[in-house]
Write a protein that binds this ligand. Structure first.
Ligand code: 4G4
Length: 229
């Protein structure tokens, strides 16, 4: 990834992205490491009532987002042809840390957030490079999944996290779940911090953490341990 990353979001609910102004993502924008643009799909509707939904051909359940406003919103974005264009949907590839790292290779992402029962399939065929799901559950819209993707990717942008080593050392980056961690005081409500962590023996601490990470992963996520071999 080169310099600053740009992320454009296509949504019918731009206010939801106010959440990105707080926390580390807001600071990353202030520091010019990241540029986030929110585009209101409704602004591009040519309908006299700015309608963006319609009934499905073939009948059945609910409404779909109509293609015209989405198409016009997408093609209004400078550089949309070469950007990596993602649609957040429950039928997408399930998001994981490897995919997070992969997305850092792009300097321009465009995220399309669906509502109602999703978008007209032709929008996906014409405009979308990759469909991503953040997990096997259904939400009212793609906005929260888009924010999940933005948060996960932003942590890899140089300068966003205080300590760049912490991105690589944590859960999932080494393929194991996190070992237990402690801060002061050394005893809390009668519970003591494991002796080895106060010993000052760094080799022992490393070995203990490795063993704990393996144990917790074996207990909670044996599927991960098997994949690592
Ligand atoms: C596209 C198609 C993503 C988008 C249908 C989006 C869960 C996820 C949506 C819908 C989403 C996820 C309304 C069913 C919006 N829900 N798991 N909802 N639905 O990443």
């Amino acid at each position: 990834m080169t310099s600053k990353m740009r992320i454009d979001i296509l949504t019918l609910f731009p206010e939801m992205f106010d959440a990105l102004k707080s926390s580390l993502i807001g600071k990353a924008q202030d520091k010019n490491l990241l540029e986030i643009n929110i585009i209101n799909i409704r602004d591009f509707s040519k309908d006299k009532h700015k309608k963006c939904d319609d009934y499905t051909f073939g009948g059945g359940n609910g409404m779909l987002m109509t293609p015209q406003p989405i198409y016009d919103a997408m093609t209004s974005i400078e550089g949309y042809k070469t950007a990596h264009k993602i649609y957040l949907s429950p039928r997408g590839k399930v998001f994981n840390q490897k995919m997070v790292k992969g997305l850092t290779d792009f300097d321009h992402l465009i995220l399309l957030c669906g509502h109602y029962e999703g978008v007209d399939e032709r929008v996906i065929e014409l405009l979308i490079d990759e469909e991503i799901s953040i997990g096997d559950f259904v939400l009212t819209g793609g906005e929260l999944p888009a924010m999940v993707v933005i948060d996960a990717v932003s942590r890899y942008l140089p300068g966003v996290l205080g300590n760049s080593a912490s991105v690589e050392e944590e859960s999932f980056s080494n393929g194991l779940l996190e070992y237990p961690q402690y801060t002061r005081p050394a005893e809390f409500m009668g519970l003591k911090v494991p002796e080895v962590l106060i010993s000052g023996d760094h080799a022992k601490v490393r070995a203990w953490r490795e063993e704990q990470a393996r144990a917790v992963t074996k207990k909670r996520r044996p599927d991960i341990l098997k994949k690592r071999t």
